[in-house]
Structure formats: C-alpha cells, structure tokens
Design a protein. Structure first.
Length: 571
C-alpha cells in the first residue's frame, strides 16, 4: 500500500507523474489535464490498488498527459489538431487566438441545412369512416321518397301523373340511343381485343394445308389467344348543393342514361349524392362531427351519401326512383306550364339541397369504394365526381383540450383544432395529411390533396371529374369560371378555351387532381337530344337523308357527355 501511495501510475504513460497527493508535475497543473491527474493520484493514494487502472485509462485517452519540458506539440490541447480552440505555450499559458475550425464548420453546415422559411406544420390522419352512419341505402331513399310523394298527391294527382308520363317517355326515347351506344361499346371492346390478340403456331399439322407443303412452309395449325377483358365497375358521386338546382334536371337525365347503359352491359354501379342536410332532418342547425373519429383524425362535418341507384336494384325500384327524382327536379323548372302539367309538390325536407361537403365525401369514398369493389368483385373501378363548385372546408383536426379551471379542472374536452391558420407576419402553417391504410402522405387540405389520397387507397382506379360551369337557360360558360379553374393562365388562352367549350359542349383539363376533368356547360346544353329526322326530309334525296341521319346520331351521342366519356374508359 505504501508503494501505491508513492504515485507510480504505470509505464504506459511515460512522463506522467504524481506526488501521491494527486498533483501533477510540470506547469500543466493549472490545466484540465491536471484535474484528471489529480483524480488518478487520489485514487492511487488510498491504497485500494485501483490507481494503476485509473492511470492507465487516463493515459489511454490522453487527457492527463503533460510534457515537463513545455513541449506541447503532442498535447491534446493543440488547437491546430484537436479543434478545441486553445494551445499551450512553453511557459504554460493558454493561447485562445486559434480559430475553432471544426466547430465553426459544423455550425455553418447546420445553419445551411435549416429551412429559415419553414412553416408551422399541422398533422392529421384520414379517419376510418363508419359507412353504416354515412351511407343512406337506395332502399331507404326509395321508401322515404315514395311515402312523401304518395301523401303529397292526395287530392291532386295531375303533377304525379304528368311526371310519371315524362319518366316513361324519357326512358322510351333514350332506349334506341342507349342500345346504339351499347353496340358501339361492344365493337370498340372487340376491336381492342383483336388488336391485342396473339397468334402462335402449334406442333400439329393443318391437314387442310398439307397439300401445299412443296411451296408453303406454314402448314401447322395456329392458335389465337384473346386477352381477357378487364371487369369494370362504376361509382358516381353527385353534388346535392343548392347551387345545382338550375342544372339538376339535365344532370340527372345524364345519370339516368348512364344507369341504363350499365344495366345493358352488366357493369356493376352505385350512384350517390352528398348531402349535409339529411342528417339534420332538413333543418339548418349546427353541424356536429360524426362520432367515429378520434384524436389526430381529420374532423368531418356531419354529412351523408344518399344512394339513388345501385346495380342490385329491381326494375320496379329503379323506375320508382327515376319518377321520384323527376318529381323532385321538376319543381325547380322555370319554364313549365303549371296549369297544364300540375303544380309541383313540396320536396322531402330531409332531401333538401344544402352545402358542398365534397372533401368530407371524398374521405368517405376511401372506405366506400374498396367496400363496393370487394362486394361486386370487379377488377377496376371508375369513379366519377360531378359538381358545380368548390368544396366547403373540412372542420379541422379532432383533438382534446385540458380543462385548467372550474369544476371540471383536470379533465379533457373534445375540441376541433383548425386545419389551417391565418398567417401572422412570417409565420405560416402547412398541413400534412396521412392515410394510415395506404401509408400515403400528402401536403395541403384542398380537394386535390384528398383525391391524391383516394387514388392511393384504390390503386389503378380512374377518377374522372365533371364540373358544370354554365348557368341560366343557355348554360353558356363565361371566362370567370375558367379563371377560377385555371389561375395564372393567359387571358388570350382563356378566351380560346371559352370559345371551344361553348362550341363543343365540353373542355378537358388535365389537372386539379383528377385523371381527367371535364368542364360542361349548363342549362339546356345538358338536356338529352333524342329528336328524330324532321318531316321536311320526306321525299329528300338519299344523300341528304344520309347526311341528316349522321347529324342526328352525332347529336344524340354528343348530348350524353357522361355516358360518352365513360364508354371510352371501359371499352
């Protein structure tokens, strides 16, 4: 123990000594290295036998070493090598003039990586939607509307009878044109299959060609393989907001034709309308949040998807629904002779037209479309969304707030944190939304963001948008509508697009989050054209009849933009 107290700390740290009291020799006693040596010497002087280990460790990391001669070229305090910013001179003084290069380089690199204009981020998740609480099935819709209009016609059946005649005439007049488009569809599909057919030779001889073997090498049987057709399904969502009232009749007439076409070619379909009035029983009170969201989820306003048509409907249910909807939309017609066609009944209050919860409804489609696909067994889904305006903003992020005073202090209350905040000076907010199912993350809270997440949820799905931009009887589209859809476009280009749209009855836009987006005129331009050849053509030449017939058929097809575009998708 006495020898250990002498301060011998081992041979590995040559030149490092201790006087037994923990004081290092040389001028380095004032440095941090001396402190380390002090600890080592103290441990050694206790006689515990641990001094050598401590000294060895000290020597290994070099923090306790000091040169008695003042030569510090090998010292860890040399700022030029260590980057610690200080060197020890021969007289033991510390020179602080050396530049801390490593520290400055690290700080500079971190500063370069920092986003000085970064926005405050708000995070939210796509909620799991309880479809039982959101979707009002077609059987319920048919039953409720039938009950309402059955009670309304008591004592006055004229309106009921006239609208029934209108529904039957519409179906009869459209029957031939829909059948023609079915034929066109089958021909396009067959042509596409033929173009992709693969022909291969077999190892069997074709006995019908065997006699040509002297001048023909191709005497083997062939097999033609046609690729299997993809099984398509249709989901269509209609805007049931108040601004659609002027264009609703033409829109639903287009929908009827689409339904009849899908029936003919056996394509599974579901047609829904989004409404924020149904759940409030037609009232205009507050819009509470559905109860299936949780903290961190996008908070949804109360809304519903009203299912008007489904491929599972019977023919009688379908006819009943069409009649109910014609009675509904005819109330908004401005050019009917009420005295001759009957005064319209009041509409069912629960089915009144309200706001535009488009974004909330797209979130609901993220669960509705996969459920429809699984139920029908289709391979590919085509989703069509038809609106006439921008969506209402979503409510925010579902959260909880701690109550800090009052009787309920210490408990939590449910709150909705805003999904976006106004900018204060340079402080801005950026919304990050994640879909927990697909893992897809998207920035923003606009309709384009939710469409991006919807397409990620259902890979391979076509999402087609139709925007009814025109208003009034003529339905012409003015430049303001296109400025809204295409901000930043040159005014000259906007005017060219307006002319094209009003002439061709559509305008295709390849943006806004949809795979394809079509701007349509409104008013009479949405009406179906089923007029036949004029009586003036009686006795006309064959060439004139051919030309008139071609124009008539072209008009019948072009007046059905929804059906026309859908056929191109699935053919």
């Amino acid at each position: 123990n006495g020898e250990a107290g002498d301060g011998e700390v081992g041979d590995e740290n040559e030149g490092e000594t201790s006087d037994g009291n923990g004081n290092s020799g040389g001028d380095a006693s004032d440095s941090s290295a001396g402190d380390t040596g002090d600890e080592a010497g103290t441990d050694a002087g206790t006689g515990t036998g641990e001094g050598e280990d401590v000294a060895d460790k000290t020597g290994d990391n070099g923090m306790g070493a000091c040169n008695d001669s003042g030569d510090d070229t090998d010292s860890v305090l040399d700022g030029s090598d260590s980057g610690l910013g200080a060197t020890e001179g021969g007289d033991g003084e510390v020179n602080t003039a050396a530049s801390p290069k490593t520290d400055k380089a690290g700080t500079s690199a971190m500063d370069a990586m920092r986003d000085k204009a970064a926005a405050d981020r708000i995070y939210g998740n796509i909620p799991k939607v309880d479809l039982d609480k959101i979707v009002v099935g077609y059987k319920t819709v048919v039953s409720e509307m039938k009950k309402h209009y059955s009670e309304a016609k008591v004592g006055d059946t004229l309106y009921f009878e006239k609208t029934l005649e209108e529904a039957e005439a519409l179906k009869k007049d459209s029957k031939k044109t829909v059948a023609y488009m079915v034929k066109e569809f089958e021909m396009k599909k067959a042509a596409d299959q033929y173009a992709r057919a693969a022909v291969s030779k077999t190892g069997s001889l074709d006995m019908g060609r065997l006699h040509t073997y002297k001048f023909n090498d191709d005497i083997f049987k062939k097999v033609t393989t046609l690729p299997g057709a993809t099984n398509h399904g249709l989901v269509m969502m209609i805007d049931w907001s108040g601004s659609m009232s002027d264009n609703l009749k033409g829109t639903l007439t287009q929908v009827f034709n689409l339904v009849w076409f899908c029936r003919k070619v056996n394509i599974p379909f579901s047609v829904v309308a989004f409404s924020d009035v149904y759940s409030r029983n037609g009232g205009w009170g507050s819009r509470p949040e559905p109860k299936f969201t949780k903290a961190g989820d996008i908070a949804l306003r109360e809304f519903n998807l009203l299912e008007f048509f489904n491929s599972d409907m019977t023919a009688s249910e379908e006819n009943e629904m069409i009649h109910n909807l014609i009675m509904y939309v005819s109330r908004f017609a401005r050019y009917r002779e009420w005295s001759e066609e009957g005064y319209p009944y009041n509409i069912p209050s629960k089915y009144s037209m309200g706001g535009t919860p488009l974004n909330d409804s797209i979130i609901a489609l993220m669960d509705f479309v996969p459920a429809f696909k699984e139920k029908t067994g289709v391979q590919k889904i085509n989703t069509i969304i038809l609106t006439d305006g921008a969506s209402n903003s979503t409510a925010g992020i579902h959260d909880y707030k701690l109550i800090t005073e009052g009787e309920d202090k210490g408990s939590h209350i449910e709150v909705i944190s805003p999904i976006s905040r106004s900018s204060y000076g340079s402080i801005k907010s950026e919304t990050i939304i994640k879909d927990p199912v697909s893992g897809k993350v998207a920035k923003g809270y606009e309709t384009t963001t939710y469409l991006e997440l919807l397409k990620a949820r259902v890979p391979g799905m076509n999402v087609i948008g139709f925007f009814v931009a025109g208003s009034g009887k003529s339905g012409r589209v003015d430049k303001r509508s296109l400025y809204y859809l295409l901000p930043g476009e040159d005014s000259g280009e906007i005017m060219e697009k307006v002319k094209f749209l009003n002439k061709n009855k559509y305008l295709a836009i390849t943006s806004l989050g949809y795979d394809e987006y079509y701007v349509l005129p409104g008013g009479n331009s949405l009406e179906i054209n089923d007029e036949g050849l004029s009586d003036e053509l009686v006795g006309a030449s064959k060439a004139k009849l051919k030309s008139a017939f071609g124009k008539s058929m072209k008009g019948k097809v072009s007046s059905r933009p929804l059906l026309n575009k859908f056929i191109k998708l699935v053919a």
